[in-house]
Design a protein around this ligand. Structure first.
Ligand code: HEC
Length: 131
């Protein structure tokens, strides 16, 4: 309940942070994080769990189609496709709270890799989502 309230507060406050996401966070990812690989890429069961975790945690801001809502960025952009698994893992761990992206360090690391494995299955912007 408290967590839900905190999320609502965060969502509300980030409405004022409409500046388009610039990807500036990528420059803050340390080299050793940047080089990490998601051990669960391509694992069907991990992708299925990652999808559920995504729908539960991420869709309020990024949308069921991951195209971003209310000024939040798409997770099907060229930027995300070109980011390494490690970049995404770093972003999920730390977030970018000043820009309205919460940290997800409360999720076990395995769940963050599951989410990333799911994100890797999403089609680029402009291509239809699989059913
Ligand atoms: C409360 C709203 C909110 C929720 C919930 C949220 N995000 Fe975000 N997310 C944002 C915002 C705002 C940004 C833009 C941050 C920036 O500009 O650096 C962002 C940025 C990102 C980025 C970088 C995008 C880019 O193009 O630079 C990734 C990756 C991401 N989010 C993944 C996730 C995942 C995965 C979840 C669920 C575990 C999630 N987010 C949940 C608001 C949210």
């Amino acid at each position: 309940m408290t967590r839900c309230f905190a999320l609502l507060l965060l969502m509300g406050s980030s409405v004022f942070l409409f500046a388009a996401a610039s990807g500036a966070w990528l420059h803050r990812v340390p080299d050793e994080d940047h080089l990490r690989r998601d051990p669960l890429i391509g694992h069907l069961s991990a992708i299925a769990v990652g999808k559920q975790l995504f729908q539960h945690n991420c869709t309020p801001c990024h949308g069921f189609d991951a195209m971003g809502r209310f000024g939040r960025p798409s997770l099907r952009s060229a930027r995300i496709r070109h980011a390494t698994d490690g970049d995404l893992a770093w972003m999920l761990q730390h977030g970018n709270p000043y820009k309205g992206m919460p940290p997800w360090s409360s999720l076990p690391e395995q769940q963050r890799w599951q989410i990333i494995a799911y994100l890797r299955t999403l089609p680029p912007i402009g291509k239809p989502m699989p059913r």
